[in-house]
Ligand binder design. Structure first.
Ligand code: GA4
Length: 326
């Protein structure tokens, strides 16, 4: 078991103003890909929650288990070994610090580019590399299928108008393995049971495809600002609408604010594929979605502009606000 060195409590992030939990929290939408109506369910979920769970996804369980086991082995290495992977700038191995602007969480992670061979400074990197490649290829296919169903559901053509952005060789998709070790009980208690594993934020990309082990912690924010816990399900995938898809639908879909709370008993491992477009791609409302004289809510920008601006922000910032038309 890996224990992150214990932080001074006052230096650590926790949920300060705890919103009362919703009395009857809505159920997280579940989209069964084997059902004929799934594209309509997806659209509804993207509009109402910016978030849904996918079952019957077709990603082989052996790829998932293999990567989970390789990642668990990696995170159980001594810190000095893991650090040989290189500090996250932004890619590499990170411990507690998230991004370059002072965010911290009860988490360690590996952040990787999807179309470059990762530098895995372990004794036997080959098994890890094969597991990563198999998993990423299968999840990329799933993401492509989901984006094509979204396009169909929105009645836009061609149906690869969204998926082609992440299927492009130049796509700036990234992959993240997050390991949340159990947080010591006294740290949890002194922060009212709410130590932040990964602080609240929206994802900048188009969509993100998340899978975790069976440890809870993930929460999403509803439109009214309340937070609901997402029951973990290690057989399923969870899809987040990112800021770029919010812009491409001119605000019809909303990117979902989410966070992870630390757990004092079990460790949580999550794997997230962030579907990003090529750097030079213009992020703008899809013309076929604009009716009549409808105007774009956003200024013109490329994914490079947005990513650059994201890396100058703090995790919890509203990053789209700088790109909205006044
Ligand atoms: C949030 C979504 C992805 O994990 C990520 C994160 C990135 C990082 O950890 O390097 C950022 C964060 C994320 C948004 C704001 C900036 C950049 C940390 C941070 C404080 C890889 C991404 O693309 O944006």
């Amino acid at each position: 078991m890996v224990i992150l060195s214990k932080p001074a409590i006052e230096q650590f992030s926790y949920v300060k103003n705890k919103q009362p939990a919703a009395l009857f929290p809505p159920l997280i939408p579940i989209v069964d890909l084997s059902e004929p109506d799934s594209k309509h369910q997806m659209i509804k979920a993207c509009e109402e929650f910016g978030f849904f769970k996918v079952i019957n996804h077709g990603v082989p369980m052996e790829f998932i288990s293999r990567l989970e086991s390789e990642a668990t082995q990696f995170f159980s290495l001594p810190l000095s070994e893991k650090e040989k992977t290189g500090q996250p700038k932004p890619y590499g191995y990170g411990n507690r610090r998230i991004g370059p602007n002072g965010d911290v969480g009860w988490v360690e992670y590996l952040l990787l580019m999807t179309n470059q061979d990762p530098n895995l400074a372990t004794e036997n990197p080959d098994g890890f590399r094969v597991a990563l490649n198999n998993y990423m290829a299968a999840v990329k296919k799933l993401a492509c299928e989901i984006l094509e169903m979204v396009a169909d559901g929105l009645k836009i053509q061609p149906r690869n108008v969204l998926s082609k952005l992440m299927m492009d060789e130049q796509s700036d998709s990234v992959f993240r393995l997050n390991h949340y070790p159990p947080c010591p009980e006294d740290v949890v208690q002194s922060s009212n049971g709410n130590v932040i594993g990964f602080g609240e934020h929206t994802d900048p990309q188009i969509i993100s495809v998340l899978r975790s082990n069976n440890t809870s912690g993930l929460q999403i924010s509803l439109r009214d600002g309340s937070w609901i816990s997402v029951p973990p399900d290690h057989h399923s995938f969870f899809i987040n609408v990112g800021d770029s898809l919010q812009v491409m639908t001119n605000g019809r879909f909303k990117s979902v604010k989410h966070r992870v709370l630390a757990n004092s008993v079990k460790s949580r491992l999550s794997m997230i594929y962030f579907c990003g477009p090529p750097m030079s791609e213009k992020i703008a409302p899809l013309p076929c979605l604009m009716r009549g004289d409808q105007q774009s809510l956003y200024k013109e920008f490329t994914w490079f502009d947005y990513k650059t601006s994201a890396y100058n922000s703090r995790l919890a910032d509203n990053r789209l606000i700088n790109f909205e038309k006044i």
